[in-house]
Design a protein around this ligand. Structure first.
Ligand code: PMP
Ligand code: GLN
Length: 380
């Protein structure tokens, strides 16, 4: 049979490729972003309890109401920002589905969507499959700072959406308040929707504050926030996330959401709602991961890799230019096969595959795994 691919230039995600290679070569896997330690027993028990007390049929389309109330409470507590639990919060099958659904609900053929590269790999295909045109703003290693004049020059009457992501995967950098004010200024008076991917909002280091779009009144009015419980509660396999947006945007989102998933795993939602009653379950994350970042960086401080400490997310970027000038994808694969340690090459997230000779390492791992990984890094 003949058919025309809707995504002719898309191949298997680098996360799948590197995790499979790690498995094949029995390598320590610091590539795909997931913890190698168990998720909370208390949370697991709450989900089991939800299953045993009747939460086994379809959740409401927008999500279990207890969970939406818990999410709304979190925004009040952390950002003094109000999202109406019934009208402005929707529970999704991970942040990925939220992102995909937002893009398909709003991006029409030939609409332009500005993305910052290196960009998380799901944004571009989601734009393209909906007939939109990704417009890349390439950020430069090692600081990945935004040149706001360049952003301004790329905004046109065709710009439908801007996708931002702070704390940033894969670079581990964060946007400042000044960045957010620049974005607010550039979008004021336009019809541009902002998709703010905030899946790492609870993983910010050195006492920095996460700059959520909801802290900026004008931005909030045009923005979706996407979030992932997988990242917050160490259970990426559950695929539960959510998004928040003003009523007039969320009602359009739900028109699509109800037909691409309708609702998501009900007992997990109820269990997470109960678990979130204690705010320490998410507020404690910064310190938890900062200890891991600091341990990993201390252990590799004498290695031939150069780095700027990650400012947020559970990823650390390492520059290997003093080790070799190999193409980063080749080097990442060779490290997996020969040194038994998998990482993620950044060029695959860049515009035109720009290769800055940097690899991303996930430090959401037990201290024991980090010790083993550091020992390898120090041998290279
Ligand atoms: N956005 C970013 C920046 C991510 O790193 C990830 C991976 N967790 C996602 C979205 C997708 O999240 P989820 O696993 O909840 O679909
Ligand atoms: N978010 C994860 C990462 O950045 C990967 C998720 C996936 O494999 N789709 O590593």
């Amino acid at each position: 049979m003949n058919f025309k691919s809707k995504l002719p230039n898309t191949s298997t995600s680098i996360f799948t490729v590197m995790s499979a290679l790690a498995k094949q070569h029995n390598a320590i896997n610091l590539s795909q972003g997931f913890p190698d330690f168990p998720s909370s027993k208390k949370l697991n028990d709450l989900v089991a309890n939800a299953m045993n007390t009747g939460y086994n049929q379809y959740a409401p389309m927008a999500g279990n109401l207890d969970l939406r109330l818990a999410i709304a409470h979190k925004y009040e507590l952390l950002y003094k920002s109000h999202y109406h639990p019934e009208k402005e919060i929707t529970v999704t099958a991970g942040a990925t589905q939220a992102i995909y659904t937002i893009i398909s609900a709003f991006v029409n053929k030939n609409d332009e969507v500005i993305i910052f590269k290196p960009a998380y790999d799901s944004y571009q295909p989601a734009i393209e499959i909906n007939g939109g045109k990704p417009i890349a703003v390439q950020l430069e290693a090692p600081n990945y700072k935004v040149n706001w004049d360049e952003v301004a020059s790329k905004i046109s009457s065709k710009t439908k959406m801007i996708i931002i992501n702070s704390p940033h995967n894969p670079s581990g950098t964060i946007w400042s308040k000044e960045d957010m004010l620049q974005l607010q200024k550039l979008t004021n008076g336009t019809n541009i929707i902002v998709l703010s991917d905030e899946v790492y909002e609870h993983i910010v280091f050195d006492d920095a504050q996460h700059q959520s779009v909801c802290l900026f009144q004008d931005l909030k009015q045009r923005s979706f926030i996407t979030a992932s419980f997988g990242k917050t509660f160490h259970n990426t396999g559950w695929k539960i996330g959510y998004c928040c947006a003003p009523d007039y945007l969320m009602s359009e989102f739900r028109k699509v959401h109800q037909f691409n998933v309708f609702s998501v795993h009900h007992p997990s939602q109820k269990g997470i709602a109960d678990y979130m009653q204690d705010s320490e379950t998410y507020l404690g994350l910064n310190a938890f991961f900062q200890q891991k970042r600091d341990l990993f960086l201390k252990l590799i401080s004498e290695s031939r890799f150069k780095f700027q400490p990650s400012k947020g997310t559970y990823f650390q970027v390492l520059d290997y230019s003093e080790v070799t000038d190999e193409y980063d994808v080749d080097f990442a694969k060779r490290l997996t096969k020969e040194f038994k340690m998998a990482s993620i090459p950044l060029s695959v997230f860049n515009d035109n595959g720009k290769d800055d000779k940097v690899l991303r390492f996930c430090f959401a791992k037990t201290d024991e795994t980090l010790l083993q990984a550091a020992e390898i890094v120090n041998r290279i």
